[in-house]
Design a protein around this ligand. Structure first.
Ligand SMILES: Nc1nc2c(c(=O)[nH]1)N[C@H]1C(S)=C(S)[C@@H](COP(=O)(O)O)O[C@H]1N2
Ligand SMILES: [Mo]
Length: 180
């Protein structure tokens, strides 16, 4: 009886537990690691890029950026990111724009191996300061990304809270026109 009660209590605690539990992935974390990044959808040249391929693009660095996190232990820690701008990748793949207004309804959906997704708009990437610091990155503090995040991830360095659009295990970027 006591056992049942304590199990129920534990389940209730877990259900209501914020943060700490919610980001723990079941099983071996290495299963989430992405080795390639695909760029597809409304582009003239779909691409599949490895870290080695990404290194051939102009390198971009964001230094001493704090990542907002669920995990309190690491919150606010300053990190140095090296990667390439999303803008440069989209330029290479070449977003299809049939007419002058096409890009304004274009969005980019970033997907991770665990199904996590975030969106960017074309305007945000090409026509705001935010776009300058939207990076697909493959190195942190001078080192290749560990399994907790890598090998390829993404960050929007000018976001107020950098946690949500910090996409770990990034595997795909899909360009899409809203309403089509
Ligand atoms: N692939 C993937 N990336 C993700 C998430 C996720 O569930 N999957 N959660 C996001 C959210 S909402 C936060 S706050 C941080 C959590 O990072 P942490 O595990 O380092 O605390 O990762 C972000 N990136
Ligand atoms: Mo979050």
């Amino acid at each position: 009886m006591l056992k049942i009660l304590s199990n129920t209590a534990f389940a209730l605690i877990l259900l209501h537990a914020p943060a700490a539990f919610s980001h723990d992935k079941p099983g071996d974390i290495s299963q989430y690691v992405s080795q390639t990044l695909s760029i597809s959808g409304a582009v003239e040249k779909p691409l599949t890029l490895t870290v080695e391929d990404l290194k051939k693009f102009p390198a971009q660095q964001i230094n001493e950026l704090p990542l907002t996190r669920q995990n309190a232990a690491n919150a606010g820690k300053l990190e140095n990111f090296k990667g390439v701008r999303l803008r440069d990748l989209l330029d290479k793949a070449t977003v299809i724009a049939r007419d002058h207004n096409d890009v304004k309804k274009t969005i980019i959906i970033a997907t991770a191996t665990d199904g996590y997704k975030v969106v960017y708009s074309w305007s945000e990437i090409y026509n705001t300061a935010v776009g300058e610091d939207v990076l697909v990155f493959f190195e942190k503090d001078g080192k290749a990304l560990a399994d907790e995040e890598g090998r390829i991830a993404m960050i929007s360095g000018k976001d107020i809270r950098t946690g949500p659009r910090h996409v770990k295990w990034l595997k795909a970027l899909e360009v899409r026109k809203v309403g089509e």
